[in-house]
Design a protein around this ligand. Structure first.
Ligand code: AR6
Length: 165
């Protein structure tokens, strides 16, 4: 079962939380800033050793001061109108994160709405891509959580889940 929760992803006690990062993996605003603040400066120091991350790919870090054991950083596409591979790249963020999790025995994972903040991906289309990817992996995890930052986003996810179940 995919769980839709509304709140701050940094508070979740799961094996891994996913970060909507940028190519540098060295921090930023939005959920990325919140995760770096809650994890502590060790996350930035660790990420300097990772050599960045390509859009659509994912990298693993420890959770440091977070309740979550790991951070999986993925880099979503910037929305340029949808004709530059944005949907495929966003799907790849979810699939790459889930594959990386499985390779490291991560059994509970929480995602924010990757690319739906400053990167400008339309929220409804992003929710459909997110839910479809999560559903194709749900049998291999104990928990997959879609962590929404507003009640409106959570309502959208619940609607999409109903339509796609
Ligand atoms: N917990 C859960 N979701 C959150 C939180 C939080 N604490 N804070 C924000 N969100 P964004 P992007 C939601 O902009 O669009 C950074 O500067 C937010 O409501 O964080 O992928 C990076 O360094 C939205 O739905 O990520 C990159 O440069 C979602 O998280 C760039 O932003 C994603 O919004 C990435 O942009």
């Amino acid at each position: 079962m995919i769980e839709v929760v509304c709140g701050d992803i940094t508070a979740l006690d799961v094996d891994a939380i996913v970060n909507a990062a940028n190519n540098s993996l060295l921090g930023g605003g939005g959920v990325d800033g919140a995760i770096h603040r809650a994890a502590g400066p060790e996350l930035l120091a660790f990420n300097r050793s990772l050599g960045g991350c390509r859009t659509g790919e994912a990298k693993l870090s420890p959770g440091f001061s977070l309740p979550a054991r790991h951070v999986i950083s993925t880099v979503g596409p910037v929305w340029h109108g949808g004709q530059q591979g944005e949907p495929e790249l966003l799907e790849s963020c979810y699939v790459s994160s889930l594959e990386l999790a499985l390779a490291h025995d991560i059994r509970s994972i929480a995602f924010p709405g990757i690319s739906t903040g400053v990167y400008g991906f339309p929220k409804e289309q992003a929710a459909v891509i997110a839910i479809r990817a999560m559903q194709s992996y749900e049998a291999r995890f104990e928990r997959i959580i879609a962590c929404c930052f507003s009640e409106a986003d959570a309502a959208l996810y619940r609607e999409v889940l109903q339509e796609h179940s």
